[in-house]
Design a protein around this ligand. Structure first.
Ligand code: G3H
Ligand code: 13P
Ligand code: ZN
Length: 328
């Protein structure tokens, strides 16, 4: 069944678990996520970015969402827009059947210029006012994602803030978070605390200086009823880096967000954990392996099936690690 983010995260808060939000762009990713949710008896958030909507077409996404809920009627699925950049993008997603939207007003409409307070509150409130009329949930974002290590926004992988950011911009201010939630009435709040999108988050295993988990604790203390969202939460597992590089890839050594840190976040109000990069890597590793080991192969199913299976395994691991398993 299709449910809203609010319904799902209220349940998660009541029972003390977190829900991974996995990105999809195609049928293989949708099926891989659902196979994992089914195997672990877990509810799940499937999210699509503007890029995914352009890649797959809204109509295709809409019917894929319908298809997965028809195939797995017993699994609660929240269909969420990832990083909406204006009110229109959010409203067309709702028309396409999404039950939840992110209005990311931390950046201007161009998706790369950090926005000011007035813009963010204004555009986010416009979306919550409209979406809530139709029972649709809204995620907002306060603070700009980027690296506390380098001070750079995460434009590097094609979206996110451009250029150098101040330490203040990279960390959500707890006091402002309280005001933001009060003024916008968002159902969930994405915060900035040192994670960035993509594979290249940290140049070493993160510690408190480059991943500020204390910011989450502080915001949760002040906003115990607000569902917190961690973006850029791929763990970038070493074994996935190794498989890719073993079969011809060239990914420089990198570190992601350790699962233990996310588990600590879940104890402190984090309810939605965004993961895309890990699944991209899981699929790519298998595609590289199959094509390297069987250079004569050209049936896409021969490499897409192992790719799906690797993604299902990653998703199952996270559903178990975040306590989502068994909550469907
Ligand atoms: O926001 C980041 C997600 O990984 C989606 O990425 O915009 O390339 O589809 P995308
Ligand atoms: P990763 O790049 O760490 O997977 O983050 C995904 C994300 O935050 C999507 O909104
Ligand atoms: Zn994100």
């Amino acid at each position: 069944a299709r449910i809203t983010l609010r319904q799902l995260l209220d349940h998660a808060a009541e029972h003390g678990y977190g829900v991974p939000a996995f990105n999809i762009n195609n049928m293989e990713q949708a099926l891989a996520i659902m196979a994992a949710a089914d195997a672990t008896d877990a509810p799940v958030i499937i999210q699509a970015s503007r890029g995914a909507r352009a890649y797959a077409h809204d109509v295709m996404l809409k019917h894929m969402m319908d298809a997965v809920t028809e195939i797995y009627p017993h699994i609660p699925v929240c269909v969420h827009l990832d990083h909406g950049n204006n009110a229109a993008t959010c409203m067309t997603a709702i028309q396409a059947g999404f039950t939840s939207v992110m209005m990311d007003g931390s950046l201007r409409e161009d998706g790369k210029t950090p926005a000011d307070w007035t813009y963010n509150v204004g555009v986010t409130k416009t979306v919550t006012d409209m979406a809530h009329l139709g029972g649709i949930s809204v995620e907002g974002e306060l603070g700009v994602l980027g690296s506390l290590e380098t001070g750079m926004g995460d434009k590097e992988d094609g979206h996110g803030a451009e250029g150098k950011l101040s330490h203040d911009q990279l960390l959500t201010d707890p006091e402002e978070a309280v005001k933001f939630v009060r003024e916008t009435k968002v159902d969930a709040l994405a915060i900035a605390m040192g994670t960035s999108h993509g594979a290249y988050k940290f140049s070493r295993k993160p510690d408190g200086a480059i991943l500020a988990m204390n910011v989450i604790e502080e915001i949760h203390r002040r906003l115990p009823q607000t569902h917190l969202v961690m973006h850029g939460s791929s763990s970038v597992p070493q074994d996935l880096q190794d498989i890719i590089n073993q079969y011809g890839g060239k990914m420089p050594q990198t570190w992601g967000v350790p699962v233990e840190e996310i588990q600590h976040g879940i104890k402190n109000g984090v309810r939605k954990i965004n993961i895309d990069t890990d699944n991209r890597m899981a699929m790519t590793g298998q595609i590289r392996r199959i094509l390297a080991e069987h250079p004569g192969e050209f049936d896409p199913r021969k490499y897409l099936k192992p790719a799906m299976e690797a993604m299902t395994k990653l998703c199952k691991d996270r559903l178990e690690q975040f306590g989502t398993a068994g909550q469907a």
